[in-house]
Design a protein around this ligand. Structure first.
Ligand SMILES: [Ca+2]
Ligand SMILES: [Ca+2]
Length: 209
């Protein structure tokens, strides 16, 4: 079993480590100005791949897990103002895709590893700081985002038609997906930095809080 660790550092590169049951050798990949890194299996081969977002350059790099190491596959320039976070998810059409949280929109890139990726833009509130999906890439799922401007968690269904808002303490900046109330449905924890508050949203239907 191969594990992957990826972190965005203050220097101009992300550190990617491919581990086999032990915290040992690391390899460094060039990834200038990366502000967020997420892990997800984009090519459905069972091995985790990675996405690296650059807020300052509106780009997203795809790093594919191949032969026990991460290789930089390609970089996409996004029609997206201030991309701050990304997540891998599966659309209702069944394709593994990723979604990027932007300022006033979520950019969806379908079939990112194909020769002809599809791009869709979903309108969203301003200043999205994080995005998450309640399922891995094996099943269709909706998306959750936090807006630091409206102080809300917004949840879209798998069809991605319309956001349902949930009020939060001021300054929500991060979402964690974890099965806190253990029933095999992942729950959401949101950090509101300004009011130093954590909010827990218990998943009741498998794909919505
Ligand atoms: Ca993979
Ligand atoms: Ca749960």
């Amino acid at each position: 079993m191969v594990d992957a660790f990826v972190s965005a550092g203050l220097a101009e590169e992300a550190t990617a480590g491919i581990l086999d049951g032990a915290t040992s050798a690391f390899e460094a990949l060039p990834a200038a100005h990366v502000s967020d890194v997420r892990v997800g299996d984009m090519d459905a081969d069972g091995d985790p791949d990675a996405l690296a977002v650059s807020t300052t350059h509106s780009t997203l790099q795809i790093l594919r897990n191949e032969n026990g190491g991460l290789e930089v596959l390609h970089a996409l320039t996004l029609d997206c103002k201030s991309p701050r976070a990304a997540t891998v998810f599966r659309t209702v059409e069944g394709s593994t895709s990723f979604a990027v949280a932007c300022d006033g929109a979520v950019v969806i890139v379908e079939r990112p590893l194909s020769t002809a990726p599809g791009v869709a833009i979903v309108d969203a509130p301003a200043r999205l700081y994080d995005i998450a999906s309640l399922a891995d890439s094996s099943v269709p799922a909706g998306l959750s985002v936090v807006s630091i401007e409206s102080h809300e968690l917004l949840v879209a269904p798998p069809s991605l038609e319309g956001w349902t808002p949930y009020g939060l303490a001021r300054g929500p900046v991060a979402i964690a997906v974890v099965d806190v109330q253990p029933d095999n449905y992942p729950d959401l924890i949101v950090l509101s930095l300004e009011q130093r508050r954590l909010s827990l949203f218990v998943n009741q239907r498998g794909n919505a809080p």
